[in-house]
Design a protein around this ligand. Structure first.
Ligand code: C2E
Ligand code: CA
Ligand code: CA
Length: 760
């Protein structure tokens, strides 16, 4: 914006500069030079000179007398006249100046008087005609000006009458100069013309204007000059006459050398020298025309600049408004979905709360999270994910009233504010509408995506009166909805709050527990059913709380997963397991294998998992001594990143087991694709083996199919001898459960394991 301002200032300055320069140019364009007391010579001349051919006598004379006095008349424009500063100008001065430069002569100006004599002046610069009354001076043969007399009329008075020669003036009143030869010549040749004698040109023009004379006949150069300088638009030159007016210089009759030098100078420059006369022949019409063009030009430039300036100002204004709008939009709307962002959501919520307090109506806040959205991103890339988010935002907006606010809270989370809420049924219906809208398949590119949403709801006035709580209560309710199995609505309740607070405190306690080493690993043996041997065990984490005592992993693993703490916790588990494995291998043989549970969330930080490869190498532990227990969910729609990590880990020899098999998708065939080594049948099936015939059949078929596909089977939660026998009968490879041993601290586990018979 600043640059616009400065651009504008620059133009403003430019404008002033331009106007000033135009006026300066106009002022200096007329050739103004002054004749000092000494007439200055032109420095250089473009006039083509004839060879002056001065005689030796003339040259000698010049050497002695290079200062010449010239008597110059006043008020005879443009022949010669005096300026206000007493300096002389005119055609005669220009001629003298030119001669001065040709012959290195200095002409000093003196004022002309009628009876001027040789003691006062050497030259009279301009004499009308070829005769002079003053006996002390002789007129030069070569005049410097020779112009015809021309006829001028008042064009307003003679529109119809044709006047283009002296003949047409017969019987008419004609103004002519009193002095000079013209009056005499006209009265001789055209006796019918009624002459009106005038002293100066101005007088003749006055007569013309008042129509007291019909025409004015005068020297064309002089009269044209008057018309031009006085802009006498009413005067029109109709024609020139055959009578000539010559103007010459006169030289003192005591100075014949000077006379011949001047004569030669005059000849050299020539009569009516075009270059010199051009300075004086400005036609009135031309002058007006130039001024008009210049003025029009200035006006056009001014208008153009004004227009530009105005446009610039408008565009700066427009840009300012646009930029401000853009900044405001960026600060308040989500780039991707164009929905209000967190910031605007907060503002709107504040306003609604103020209104709700006044109107005593409630506000519903819906916290919406897309279930399994990550899958879309992992499976089809971020651009598909982005498109789905945009579409989901649209669908949610269409489920609510225009006066409600649908905002993108971040990631795959949306928040809807429903103000002026009168009944809860409406709120419930809106939530259901959103759930079913999100359940509809999303067509992105050429693929269909099926997802669902979970919604947490809080209500201003019943749940809470505090603005900050509104969002966090909805968030807590959302958490509950997710926990209860997703694709559902959960309204906020006090017990949710209690749970949520509990979660918070557990998370912070876990951080402390990690630092204070309150975690321990317990080991549960995995027994080979056919040939009872302890060649495997599963590491299971325990939290030994200084006050609460032993805490079960089921009470904190999910919380650790949600808070992200699982990465640190998992890292600790793996490293501790490696340390313990070294001891186990010493005591139970180098083929001993430890199973470690890896949460799917840990695959979000593959770099941590890949680092373990180095750790194992450093401790000289071969890969096949480790088995990672993962869940089916991780493999349902694995991203390339997940597949990459699994394959890198497999390359080191690490084996993979599918934990809790049978509770999820339970597809054996597709597990084969991922080179899975073990399938762990979930304990819920094993526990029903005796009572439920269906589960027995299921177990048997899982075992036989897994084996056909080259995978080994581990039965979890084997508690009774009967279960063991059945499993044995089904040819299950391994068993794990209380029947053999509960998970125990390392030392106890090792103690039992070295005396195998304890389990059998
Ligand atoms: P899981 O991986 O399915 O582990 C087996 C669970 O079954 C263990 O519970 C074990 O004590 C229990 N169990 C073993 N035999 C029997 C039996 O005969 N009857 C019954 N009813 N239960 C039996 P635990 O140790 O409480 O672990 C619970 C879950 O916590 C584990 O289930 C596992 O998913 C998770 N977990 C434990 N340790 C870790 C760990 O280090 N990392 C991760 N990510 N998860 C862990
Ligand atoms: Ca496990
Ligand atoms: Ca399990």
């Amino acid at each position: 914006m600043k640059s616009f301002e400065s651009y504008y200032t620059m133009n403003h300055k430019q404008l002033t500069f331009l106007i000033l320069s135009i006026f300066c140019l106009l002022t200096i364009s007329g050739r103004v030079y002054s004749a000092d007391e000494v007439i200055k010579s032109y420095k250089k001349t473009d006039i083509e000179l004839l060879d002056l051919k001065l005689t030796p006598l003339e040259k000698a004379w010049l050497k002695k007398n290079h200062k010449i006095r010239v008597a110059v008349k006043n008020g005879w424009m443009p022949i010669e006249y005096k300026l206000e500063n007493d300096k002389h100008r005119g055609v005669s001065i220009d001629y003298l100046s030119e001669i001065g430069s040709l012959l290195q002569m200095d002409f000093t100006v003196v004022d002309y008087t009628e009876n001027i004599n040789q003691d006062q002046a050497d030259i009279i610069s301009a004499v009308n005609g070829n005769k002079i009354k003053n006996p002390n001076f002789n007129v030069l043969n070569q005049p410097f000006l020779s112009f015809p007399f021309a006829i001028y009329i008042n064009k307003n008075a003679y529109q119809n009458k044709k006047i283009n020669s002296l003949d047409n003036l017969s019987g008419l009143r004609v103004a002519v100069f009193k002095s000079g030869i013209l009056a005499q010549k006209i009265s001789q040749n055209y006796p019918n013309i009624k002459l009106v004698l005038v002293d100066i040109a101005d007088e003749a023009f006055d007569e013309l204007k008042s129509e007291t004379v019909d025409a004015y006949v005068g020297n064309e150069l002089v009269v044209d000059y008057h018309i031009a300088t006085h802009r006498l638009t009413f005067v029109e030159k109709v024609s020139t006459t055959a009578f000539l007016s010559t103007i010459s210089m006169a030289v003192s009759n005591t100075k014949p050398e000077l006379a011949s030098i001047m004569q030669k100078g005059m000849l050299s420059i020539g009569e009516n020298n075009k270059e010199l006369l051009d300075n004086w022949k400005i036609s009135g019409k031309d002058y007006d025309w130039i001024i008009r063009i210049v003025l029009a030009g200035i006006l056009i430039i001014l208008l153009f600049l004004l227009l530009r300036f105005y446009r610039l100002k408008q565009s700066i204004k427009k840009q300012n408004v646009e930029t401000q709008q853009q900044i405001w939009h960026q600060a308040n709307f989500d780039d991707l979905t164009n929905l209000p962002n967190r910031h605007l959501l907060q503002n709107r919520l504040e306003q609604e709360v103020i209104k709700a307090v006044r109107s005593e109506l409630s506000i519903g806040v819906l916290f919406i999270d897309l279930d399994d959205f990550k899958k879309v991103n992992d499976q089809s890339g971020h651009s598909s994910g982005d498109k789905l988010l945009i579409e989901a935002g649209n669908r949610i907006s269409l489920c609510v009233r225009a006066s409600d606010t649908t905002a993108r809270f971040g990631g795959d989370e949306f928040v809807v504010i429903i103000p002026d809420l009168k009944d809860m049924i409406f709120l419930e219906k809106t939530c259901q509408k959103i759930l079913s809208e999100i359940e509809r398949p999303f067509l992105i590119g050429e693929s269909l995506f099926y997802i669902s949403a979970s919604i947490g709801v809080s209500i201003f006035s019943t749940d809470c009166h505090n603005l900050d709580d509104l969002l966090s209560h909805a968030d807590q309710a959302l958490y509950e909805a997710k926990k209860l199995g997703r694709n559902r609505v959960q309204f906020f309740t006090e017990s949710i709050k209690t749970n949520s607070l509990k979660r918070l405190s557990i998370t912070s306690d876990m951080r402390i527990a990690l630092m204070e080493k309150q975690f321990a690993l317990y080991y549960q043996p995995i027994i080979s059913l056919e040939n009872p041997k302890i060649l495997k065990a599963e590491a299971l984490i325990r939290w030994i709380h200084p006050i609460k005592g032993m805490i079960n992993p089921l009470d904190f693993i999910t919380i650790a997963e949600e808070s992200g703490l699982i990465n640190e916790l998992g890292d600790w588990v793996f490293k501790q397991a490696l340390k313990d494995l070294i001891v186990c291998r010493e005591r139970l043989g180098s083929e001993f294998q430890l199973s470690v549970n890896i949460s799917p969330n840990q695959f979000n930080h593959p770099e941590l998992l890949l680092k373990w490869i180095e750790t194992m190498k450093a401790l000289d532990i071969p890969g096949h001594c480790i088995s990672f227990e993962i869940t089916e969910g991780l493999l349902l729609a694995p991203s390339n990143e997940v597949l990459g990590v699994i394959s890198a880990l497999r390359k080191t020899g690490i084996e993979f087991s599918i934990d809790d098999f049978g509770t999820g998708y339970s597809g054996l065939a597709y597990l084969k694709k991922f080179d899975i080594d073990y399938v762990k049948i979930d304990k819920s099936f094993i526990q029903n083996l005796e009572s439920d015939n269906y589960d027995a059949v299921l177990c048997e078929s899982i075992i036989s199919m897994a084996k056909k596909l080259g995978m080994k089977v581990i039965a979890e939660g084997v508690e009774t001898e009967h279960q063991r026998k059945l499993l044995n009968h089904f040819s299950c490879d391994y068993g794990q459960g209380y029947l053999f041993s509960r998970p125990e601290p390392l030392e106890i586990f090792l103690c039992h394991a070295t005396h195998e018979q304890t389990y059998l």
